[in-house]
Write a protein that binds this ligand. Structure first.
Ligand code: PLP
Length: 445
């Protein structure tokens, strides 16, 4: 049994029914491979995999949650844009279509990925910069409303950029950070948040899916807890956008930002998206006031007057070329629907955990992610103190996962581009390599 890291066996997940009587190990492997092939044949999203560059090779890609594969159509789309749009239209391209692109893409992300009505989502800067702008806007806005609201609440195991930003903004604005100590195999739970917020809380910053454990927060409940305490809430959607359904409007989000180069396959450094609830927009001012956020931009007036709407969260010229590749994935999600994407994502992580139980638990591997799929996003963390070495050797064999200190192998399973057979091939390789490393260690001992 793969013991959930840091949790009692009693909370372990209910296991898929085993074939009985229990077969020999080699037969188990065969049964799992047969299961993978059946699952691929039955997978209604399987055809999407053929639309990604490189998916037809033997490489195992367990990092689509860090940098998604390029869609084939995106390669063609970017080239066509460079030749026809940039090359043909030159500066005339800004007239309408390029200027509108950050807002049009934002609305498409809003509609198919994050559950937001039009006019609340814009694509623009990097995730870090957008998070900064939104955090600053929220902290300043709250301070204007109530000078006692000076605390930013965030989990102490949140993604580094989020923690560093909060630290910097607190120093810059004379605010205080309230670090919530979280269980690293989970994340910011409702109980922890409820105990941390109060009349001094200005802003809660939370990840919808933990980058480490994949813990899936109950975003509606956490938003309610923040609001009941009079705080605003900013959701980091980097590890959920394109993998887990999100209902920003229905769940009462105030602010959110997320990556587009992970599950949305926008390419390295593709610009992030920001969401600001419509009634908050006129109340909040972001700190990087540039001409793209100013009302009547081309009047080039003497002073800064922000747009009344989501455009005020823009700053400078948007990176148009960087926005093109994600369109191909948005088309796939618009076609498939996030419910189907999530269903496959759960099936993939369940299969990965089944395989890990069978193949890796006997070698001492434990689960660093929630065992219950209802509390887990699109990746799985596996712990063993040999994982750093194991991951380095896996890369040499074209099995590409992520190592996360201490001792974590992070397996990201992008639902549109990952097959069940790929999961099987990858976890079998983890077993082979881990055995090898352990045998060498034993030899040295
Ligand atoms: C990947 C990731 C980021 C990345 O920020 P960048 O500015 O794009 O480098 C931020 N937050 C979380 C939770 C992430 O997973």
């Amino acid at each position: 049994m793969l013991e959930p890291h840091g949790q009692s066996v009693a909370t372990a997940r209910r296991r898929r029914a085993e074939p009985a009587p229990r077969p020999r190990v080699s037969r188990v492997l065969d049964a799992r491979l047969a299961y993978a092939r059946r699952a691929d044949r039955a997978d209604g999203l399987a055809h999407f995999r053929t639309r990604f560059v490189g998916a037809d090779t033997d490489l195992v890609y367990f990092d689509g949650n860090s940098l998604g594969r390029p869609p084939i159509a995106a390669v063609e789309g970017v080239e066509r844009f460079l030749r026809e749009q940039w090359g043909g239209r030159l500066i005339r391209g800004w007239d309408e279509s390029w200027l509108r692109l950050p807002l049009e893409l934002g609305d498409r992300i809003g509609a198919s990925v994050i559950g937001a009505k039009p006019g609340q989502t814009v694509v623009g800067d990097s995730t870090t910069v957008l998070l900064y702008k939104l955090m600053r806007a929220a902290v300043d806005g709250q301070r204007r409303r109530d000078p006692n609201r000076v605390e930013i609440v965030i989990g102490d195991d949140d993604f580094p950029t989020d923690r560093y930003l909060v630290e910097g903004i607190a120093a810059e604005r004379g605010a205080r950070v309230r670090w919530v100590p979280v269980d690293r195999s989970r994340g910011l739970t409702p109980e922890l948040l409820a105990a941390a917020v109060g009349p001094r809380t200005a802003l809660v910053v939370a990840s919808h899916v933990s980058y480490r454990s994949a813990y899936l927060a109950d975003a509606a409940l956490l938003s309610r807890i923040a609001h009941d305490a009079g705080a605003l809430v900013l959701w980091d959607l980097c590890h959920s956008a394109g993998s887990v359904p999100i209902e920003a409007d229905a769940w009462g989000f105030d602010l959110a930002a997320g990556c587009t180069y992970k599950y949305l396959n926008g390419g390295p450094g593709s610009p992030a998206f920001a969401y600001v609830r419509d009634d908050l927009q006129p109340l909040l001012r972001q700190p990087i006031q540039g001409w793209f956020g100013s009302a009547d931009q081309f009047a080039m007036g003497p002073g800064y007057r922000p747009e009344p709407d989501i455009r005020r969260f823009q700053s400078g010229t948007p990176p148009i070329v960087g926005m093109l590749a994600m369109v191909s994935t948005l088309e796939m999600i618009e076609d498939a629907g996030m419910a189907a994407v999530r269903e496959k994502s759960v099936a993939l992580t369940e299969f990965a955990i089944d395989l890990a139980e069978e193949l890796l638990a006997p070698l001492g591997v434990t689960l660093g992610s929630p065992p219950d799929p209802a509390e887990r996003g699109g990746h799985v963390l596996l712990h063993h103190d040999a994982m750093r070495e194991v991951n380095a050797r896996l890369w040499e064999r074209d099995v590409i996962g992520d190592y996360r200190d201490p001792g974590g192998l992070r397996i990201g399973l992008a639902p549109l581009s990952t097959s069940f057979e790929e999961v099987h091939r990858g976890l079998t390789a983890v077993q082979t390599v881990l055995r090898e490393v352990l045998a060498e260690r034993a030899g040295l001992g």
